[in-house]
Design a protein around this ligand. Structure first.
Ligand code: MRU
Length: 356
Protein backbone atom coordinates (compact mmCIF):
# COMPACT_ATOMS: atom_id res chain seq x y z
CA UNK A 1 0.00 0.00 0.00
CA UNK A 2 1.04 3.64 -0.22
CA UNK A 3 2.82 6.11 2.01
CA UNK A 4 2.94 9.58 0.50
CA UNK A 5 1.94 8.02 -2.81
CA UNK A 6 4.81 5.50 -2.88
CA UNK A 7 4.12 1.75 -2.77
CA UNK A 8 5.71 -0.16 0.12
CA UNK A 9 5.66 -3.55 1.72
CA UNK A 10 6.35 -3.68 5.47
CA UNK A 11 9.49 -5.82 5.18
CA UNK A 12 11.94 -6.63 2.40
CA UNK A 13 15.42 -8.05 1.82
CA UNK A 14 18.10 -6.10 -0.01
CA UNK A 15 21.87 -6.68 -0.26
CA UNK A 16 21.94 -9.19 2.61
CA UNK A 17 20.01 -6.82 4.89
CA UNK A 18 16.39 -6.93 6.03
CA UNK A 19 14.56 -3.59 5.86
CA UNK A 20 11.54 -2.62 7.92
CA UNK A 21 9.44 0.47 8.54
CA UNK A 22 10.06 1.42 12.19
CA UNK A 23 6.49 1.43 13.55
CA UNK A 24 7.48 2.91 16.92
CA UNK A 25 8.08 6.23 15.17
CA UNK A 26 4.86 6.40 13.15
CA UNK A 27 2.89 8.54 12.47
CA UNK A 28 5.32 11.36 13.24
CA UNK A 29 8.45 10.04 11.54
CA UNK A 30 8.79 7.63 8.62
CA UNK A 31 12.04 5.73 9.17
CA UNK A 32 13.29 2.68 7.31
CA UNK A 33 15.43 0.59 9.62
CA UNK A 34 18.00 -2.07 8.73
CA UNK A 35 18.18 -5.45 10.48
CA UNK A 36 21.60 -7.03 10.04
CA UNK A 37 21.68 -9.76 12.68
CA UNK A 38 19.24 -12.18 14.28
CA UNK A 39 19.54 -10.09 17.47
CA UNK A 40 18.33 -7.06 15.50
CA UNK A 41 15.27 -9.09 14.41
CA UNK A 42 14.51 -10.24 17.97
CA UNK A 43 14.89 -6.68 19.22
CA UNK A 44 12.62 -5.29 16.48
CA UNK A 45 9.90 -7.78 17.48
CA UNK A 46 10.28 -7.15 21.24
CA UNK A 47 10.29 -3.36 20.98
CA UNK A 48 7.48 -3.50 18.41
CA UNK A 49 9.34 -1.72 15.63
CA UNK A 50 7.53 -4.47 13.76
CA UNK A 51 4.28 -5.77 15.19
CA UNK A 52 1.06 -7.47 14.12
CA UNK A 53 0.88 -11.25 13.98
CA UNK A 54 1.69 -11.88 10.28
CA UNK A 55 4.50 -9.31 10.21
CA UNK A 56 6.27 -10.65 13.29
CA UNK A 57 6.06 -14.12 11.71
CA UNK A 58 7.73 -12.80 8.55
CA UNK A 59 10.36 -10.95 10.62
CA UNK A 60 11.17 -14.19 12.45
CA UNK A 61 11.53 -16.00 9.10
CA UNK A 62 13.99 -13.35 7.89
CA UNK A 63 15.63 -13.51 11.34
CA UNK A 64 16.70 -17.07 10.57
CA UNK A 65 18.13 -15.88 7.25
CA UNK A 66 20.20 -13.32 9.18
CA UNK A 67 21.26 -15.97 11.71
CA UNK A 68 22.54 -18.22 8.91
CA UNK A 69 24.41 -15.30 7.33
CA UNK A 70 26.15 -14.78 10.69
CA UNK A 71 26.92 -18.39 11.51
CA UNK A 72 25.62 -21.48 9.71
CA UNK A 73 26.42 -23.79 12.63
CA UNK A 74 23.25 -25.80 13.35
CA UNK A 75 23.37 -25.16 17.12
CA UNK A 76 23.41 -21.41 16.49
CA UNK A 77 20.49 -21.62 14.05
CA UNK A 78 18.50 -23.75 16.51
CA UNK A 79 19.13 -21.40 19.45
CA UNK A 80 18.25 -18.39 17.24
CA UNK A 81 15.00 -20.04 16.17
CA UNK A 82 14.03 -20.61 19.83
CA UNK A 83 14.87 -17.02 20.75
CA UNK A 84 12.76 -15.77 17.85
CA UNK A 85 9.77 -17.88 18.93
CA UNK A 86 10.10 -16.54 22.48
CA UNK A 87 10.45 -12.89 21.49
CA UNK A 88 6.68 -12.33 21.92
CA UNK A 89 4.40 -14.98 23.42
CA UNK A 90 0.85 -14.51 22.13
CA UNK A 91 0.78 -14.47 18.33
CA UNK A 92 1.09 -18.02 16.99
CA UNK A 93 2.67 -16.74 13.75
CA UNK A 94 6.15 -16.62 15.27
CA UNK A 95 6.15 -20.35 15.96
CA UNK A 96 4.32 -21.07 12.72
CA UNK A 97 6.90 -19.25 10.59
CA UNK A 98 9.95 -20.56 12.46
CA UNK A 99 8.69 -24.17 12.43
CA UNK A 100 7.98 -23.88 8.70
CA UNK A 101 11.53 -22.71 7.95
CA UNK A 102 13.17 -25.25 10.29
CA UNK A 103 11.21 -28.07 8.65
CA UNK A 104 12.25 -26.85 5.20
CA UNK A 105 15.96 -26.82 6.08
CA UNK A 106 16.15 -30.03 8.06
CA UNK A 107 18.58 -32.35 6.29
CA UNK A 108 19.61 -29.71 3.73
CA UNK A 109 23.29 -29.39 2.72
CA UNK A 110 25.06 -26.49 4.41
CA UNK A 111 25.97 -24.92 1.03
CA UNK A 112 22.25 -24.64 0.16
CA UNK A 113 20.85 -23.69 3.53
CA UNK A 114 20.97 -19.91 3.06
CA UNK A 115 19.33 -19.95 -0.36
CA UNK A 116 16.57 -22.34 0.76
CA UNK A 117 15.85 -20.27 3.90
CA UNK A 118 15.79 -17.00 2.00
CA UNK A 119 13.41 -18.42 -0.61
CA UNK A 120 11.11 -19.73 2.12
CA UNK A 121 11.10 -16.37 3.96
CA UNK A 122 10.21 -14.63 0.69
CA UNK A 123 7.52 -17.24 0.05
CA UNK A 124 6.01 -16.61 3.52
CA UNK A 125 5.77 -12.91 2.61
CA UNK A 126 4.33 -13.49 -0.87
CA UNK A 127 1.82 -15.95 0.53
CA UNK A 128 0.74 -13.53 3.28
CA UNK A 129 0.21 -10.78 0.73
CA UNK A 130 -1.93 -13.08 -1.45
CA UNK A 131 -3.90 -14.39 1.56
CA UNK A 132 -4.60 -10.85 2.77
CA UNK A 133 -5.74 -9.84 -0.71
CA UNK A 134 -8.15 -12.79 -0.75
CA UNK A 135 -9.41 -11.95 2.75
CA UNK A 136 -10.23 -8.54 1.29
CA UNK A 137 -12.11 -9.98 -1.68
CA UNK A 138 -14.10 -12.28 0.61
CA UNK A 139 -14.85 -9.55 3.15
CA UNK A 140 -15.83 -7.16 0.38
CA UNK A 141 -19.00 -9.23 -0.16
CA UNK A 142 -20.11 -8.41 3.40
CA UNK A 143 -19.53 -4.68 3.01
CA UNK A 144 -21.24 -4.73 -0.39
CA UNK A 145 -24.29 -6.45 1.06
CA UNK A 146 -24.62 -3.82 3.80
CA UNK A 147 -24.19 -1.04 1.23
CA UNK A 148 -26.80 -2.51 -1.12
CA UNK A 149 -29.35 -2.49 1.72
CA UNK A 150 -28.35 0.83 3.25
CA UNK A 151 -27.50 2.76 0.07
CA UNK A 152 -25.34 5.04 2.17
CA UNK A 153 -21.84 5.14 3.68
CA UNK A 154 -20.95 1.92 5.51
CA UNK A 155 -19.61 2.67 9.01
CA UNK A 156 -17.06 0.12 10.15
CA UNK A 157 -15.47 -0.04 13.60
CA UNK A 158 -12.02 -1.55 14.03
CA UNK A 159 -9.69 -2.06 16.99
CA UNK A 160 -5.89 -1.90 17.10
CA UNK A 161 -4.05 -2.15 13.77
CA UNK A 162 -4.86 -5.19 11.70
CA UNK A 163 -3.96 -3.12 8.70
CA UNK A 164 -1.31 -3.51 6.03
CA UNK A 165 1.30 -2.35 8.56
CA UNK A 166 0.54 -5.48 10.62
CA UNK A 167 0.98 -7.80 7.62
CA UNK A 168 3.08 -7.66 4.46
CA UNK A 169 0.46 -5.79 2.47
CA UNK A 170 -3.35 -5.13 2.43
CA UNK A 171 -3.87 -6.08 6.12
CA UNK A 172 -6.53 -8.46 7.37
CA UNK A 173 -9.29 -6.28 8.88
CA UNK A 174 -8.47 -3.40 6.53
CA UNK A 175 -8.26 -5.44 3.33
CA UNK A 176 -12.06 -5.62 2.79
CA UNK A 177 -12.16 -1.85 3.44
CA UNK A 178 -9.45 -1.16 0.83
CA UNK A 179 -11.27 -3.40 -1.64
CA UNK A 180 -14.59 -1.63 -0.95
CA UNK A 181 -12.94 1.73 -1.61
CA UNK A 182 -11.47 0.40 -4.89
CA UNK A 183 -14.99 -0.68 -5.90
CA UNK A 184 -16.41 2.76 -5.20
CA UNK A 185 -18.41 1.80 -2.08
CA UNK A 186 -18.44 4.71 0.39
CA UNK A 187 -16.91 3.61 3.68
CA UNK A 188 -16.06 5.39 6.91
CA UNK A 189 -13.99 3.77 9.65
CA UNK A 190 -14.32 4.35 13.39
CA UNK A 191 -10.77 3.76 14.61
CA UNK A 192 -10.41 2.73 18.27
CA UNK A 193 -7.43 4.62 19.64
CA UNK A 194 -6.24 1.35 21.27
CA UNK A 195 -4.51 2.31 24.47
CA UNK A 196 -1.88 1.95 25.69
CA UNK A 197 0.26 1.89 22.53
CA UNK A 198 -2.33 3.61 20.35
CA UNK A 199 -1.93 1.34 17.34
CA UNK A 200 -5.38 2.48 16.13
CA UNK A 201 -4.58 6.19 16.25
CA UNK A 202 -0.91 5.94 15.29
CA UNK A 203 -1.06 3.22 12.65
CA UNK A 204 -4.59 2.42 11.43
CA UNK A 205 -5.71 6.01 11.04
CA UNK A 206 -2.33 6.85 9.46
CA UNK A 207 -2.52 4.10 6.86
CA UNK A 208 -6.19 4.81 6.07
CA UNK A 209 -5.33 8.50 5.57
CA UNK A 210 -2.54 7.54 3.17
CA UNK A 211 -5.05 5.49 1.14
CA UNK A 212 -7.68 8.23 1.21
CA UNK A 213 -10.17 6.33 3.39
CA UNK A 214 -12.41 8.44 5.59
CA UNK A 215 -11.84 7.66 9.26
CA UNK A 216 -12.38 9.06 12.73
CA UNK A 217 -10.32 8.17 15.80
CA UNK A 218 -12.39 7.47 18.92
CA UNK A 219 -11.39 6.77 22.51
CA UNK A 220 -11.58 3.06 23.23
CA UNK A 221 -14.71 3.46 25.35
CA UNK A 222 -16.73 5.29 22.68
CA UNK A 223 -17.73 2.31 20.50
CA UNK A 224 -20.60 1.31 22.80
CA UNK A 225 -22.57 4.52 22.52
CA UNK A 226 -21.94 4.72 18.77
CA UNK A 227 -23.42 1.24 18.45
CA UNK A 228 -26.46 2.22 20.55
CA UNK A 229 -26.96 5.24 18.29
CA UNK A 230 -26.90 3.09 15.14
CA UNK A 231 -23.69 4.63 13.92
CA UNK A 232 -21.80 1.36 13.46
CA UNK A 233 -22.88 -1.04 10.69
CA UNK A 234 -20.25 -3.69 11.36
CA UNK A 235 -17.08 -4.34 13.37
CA UNK A 236 -14.03 -6.02 11.92
CA UNK A 237 -10.83 -6.86 13.79
CA UNK A 238 -7.76 -9.06 13.39
CA UNK A 239 -6.43 -11.88 15.55
CA UNK A 240 -3.10 -13.03 16.97
CA UNK A 241 -4.25 -16.56 17.61
CA UNK A 242 -7.48 -18.27 16.60
CA UNK A 243 -8.30 -21.54 18.30
CA UNK A 244 -9.78 -24.42 16.31
CA UNK A 245 -13.12 -23.84 18.12
CA UNK A 246 -13.28 -20.25 16.83
CA UNK A 247 -12.22 -18.43 20.02
CA UNK A 248 -10.12 -15.44 19.07
CA UNK A 249 -7.22 -13.82 20.91
CA UNK A 250 -6.59 -10.22 19.85
CA UNK A 251 -5.50 -6.84 21.20
CA UNK A 252 -6.73 -5.99 24.68
CA UNK A 253 -10.21 -4.46 24.48
CA UNK A 254 -11.41 -6.55 21.55
CA UNK A 255 -13.57 -8.65 23.89
CA UNK A 256 -15.41 -5.63 25.30
CA UNK A 257 -16.11 -4.37 21.79
CA UNK A 258 -17.49 -7.78 20.82
CA UNK A 259 -19.80 -7.75 23.89
CA UNK A 260 -21.10 -4.31 22.96
CA UNK A 261 -21.65 -5.43 19.36
CA UNK A 262 -23.52 -8.54 20.55
CA UNK A 263 -25.78 -6.47 22.81
CA UNK A 264 -26.58 -4.13 19.94
CA UNK A 265 -27.06 -6.80 17.25
CA UNK A 266 -24.15 -5.51 15.21
CA UNK A 267 -22.15 -8.07 13.24
CA UNK A 268 -18.65 -8.65 14.62
CA UNK A 269 -16.21 -10.12 12.09
CA UNK A 270 -12.69 -11.40 12.62
CA UNK A 271 -10.36 -11.44 9.60
CA UNK A 272 -7.44 -13.87 9.56
CA UNK A 273 -4.97 -15.69 7.40
CA UNK A 274 -4.70 -19.41 8.23
CA UNK A 275 -1.22 -18.75 9.69
CA UNK A 276 -2.93 -17.46 12.84
CA UNK A 277 -4.89 -20.64 13.50
CA UNK A 278 -3.63 -22.67 16.46
CA UNK A 279 -4.99 -26.17 15.74
CA UNK A 280 -3.49 -27.65 18.90
CA UNK A 281 -4.57 -25.56 21.90
CA UNK A 282 -7.98 -26.63 23.14
CA UNK A 283 -8.66 -24.11 25.90
CA UNK A 284 -8.31 -20.34 25.56
CA UNK A 285 -7.05 -20.16 29.16
CA UNK A 286 -3.86 -21.83 27.91
CA UNK A 287 -3.02 -18.99 25.50
CA UNK A 288 -0.03 -17.10 26.88
CA UNK A 289 -1.15 -13.50 27.31
CA UNK A 290 1.71 -11.04 26.95
CA UNK A 291 2.16 -8.65 29.86
CA UNK A 292 4.20 -5.66 28.76
CA UNK A 293 6.06 -3.01 30.70
CA UNK A 294 3.65 -0.76 32.64
CA UNK A 295 5.60 2.24 31.35
CA UNK A 296 3.58 1.85 28.14
CA UNK A 297 0.57 2.91 30.24
CA UNK A 298 2.14 5.47 32.54
CA UNK A 299 4.01 7.35 29.80
CA UNK A 300 2.85 8.72 26.49
CA UNK A 301 4.82 9.82 23.44
CA UNK A 302 4.04 12.54 20.96
CA UNK A 303 5.51 15.56 19.23
CA UNK A 304 5.89 18.90 20.97
CA UNK A 305 5.32 22.31 19.35
CA UNK A 306 8.81 22.20 17.83
CA UNK A 307 8.12 18.84 16.21
CA UNK A 308 10.39 16.97 18.67
CA UNK A 309 9.34 13.45 19.76
CA UNK A 310 8.86 13.54 23.55
CA UNK A 311 7.79 10.97 26.14
CA UNK A 312 5.99 12.21 29.26
CA UNK A 313 4.66 10.66 32.48
CA UNK A 314 0.87 10.91 32.79
CA UNK A 315 0.21 8.86 35.96
CA UNK A 316 0.88 9.59 39.62
CA UNK A 317 4.53 8.60 40.00
CA UNK A 318 3.72 6.26 42.94
CA UNK A 319 0.87 4.35 41.19
CA UNK A 320 1.17 0.78 40.01
CA UNK A 321 -0.21 -0.12 36.58
CA UNK A 322 -0.89 -3.41 34.79
CA UNK A 323 -0.44 -3.81 31.06
CA UNK A 324 -1.99 -6.97 29.60
CA UNK A 325 -1.64 -6.81 25.83
CA UNK A 326 -4.31 -9.23 24.61
CA UNK A 327 -7.72 -10.68 25.53
CA UNK A 328 -9.95 -13.45 24.29
CA UNK A 329 -13.25 -13.12 22.49
CA UNK A 330 -15.18 -16.38 22.78
CA UNK A 331 -16.49 -17.76 19.48
CA UNK A 332 -20.13 -17.14 20.43
CA UNK A 333 -19.57 -13.38 20.02
CA UNK A 334 -17.96 -13.71 16.59
CA UNK A 335 -20.48 -13.45 13.73
CA UNK A 336 -18.14 -15.00 11.12
CA UNK A 337 -14.47 -15.51 10.42
CA UNK A 338 -13.17 -14.06 7.15
CA UNK A 339 -10.24 -16.08 5.82
CA UNK A 340 -8.25 -16.37 2.60
CA UNK A 341 -10.33 -19.42 1.70
CA UNK A 342 -13.73 -17.93 2.39
CA UNK A 343 -16.09 -16.91 5.19
CA UNK A 344 -17.03 -19.42 7.88
CA UNK A 345 -18.67 -19.83 11.26
CA UNK A 346 -16.37 -19.29 14.25
CA UNK A 347 -16.47 -22.97 15.13
CA UNK A 348 -14.49 -26.16 14.73
CA UNK A 349 -16.82 -27.28 11.94
CA UNK A 350 -16.61 -23.93 10.16
CA UNK A 351 -12.81 -23.87 10.19
CA UNK A 352 -12.41 -27.55 9.33
CA UNK A 353 -14.74 -27.23 6.34
CA UNK A 354 -12.42 -24.60 4.91
CA UNK A 355 -9.02 -25.90 5.93
CA UNK A 356 -8.90 -29.62 6.54
O1 MRU B 1 0.57 -5.79 19.92
P1 MRU B 1 0.36 -5.75 18.44
O2 MRU B 1 0.33 -4.37 17.88
O3 MRU B 1 1.33 -6.66 17.72
O4 MRU B 1 -1.08 -6.37 18.26
C1 MRU B 1 -1.61 -6.51 16.97
C2 MRU B 1 -3.00 -7.03 16.96
O5 MRU B 1 -3.59 -7.28 17.98
C3 MRU B 1 -3.60 -7.30 15.61
O6 MRU B 1 -4.99 -7.13 15.65
C4 MRU B 1 -3.29 -8.76 15.21
O7 MRU B 1 -1.93 -9.01 15.29
C5 MRU B 1 -3.76 -9.07 13.85
S1 MRU B 1 -2.78 -8.29 12.61
C6 MRU B 1 -3.41 -8.65 11.10
Amino acid sequence: MRIEGKEYRTIWYENNIVKIIDQTKLPHQFIIKELKTVKDSINAIKTMEVRGAPLIGATAAYGIVLAIQENSNFEFIKKSSEDLINSRPTAINLKWAVDRIMKKISGINSDQILEVTLNEAKEICNEDEKFCENIGLNGLEIIEEIYNKKKDTVNILTHCNAGWLATINWGTATSPIYHAKKKGIPVHVWVDETRPRNQGANLTSYELNEEGIENTIIADNTGGILMQRGEVDMCIVGTDRTLANGDVCNKIGTYLKALAAYDNNIPFYVALPSSTIDWDLKDFRQIPIEERNSEELSHIEGVDKDGELKKVLIYPSKSKAMNLAFDITPAKYVTKLITEKGICDASEEGLKNLFK
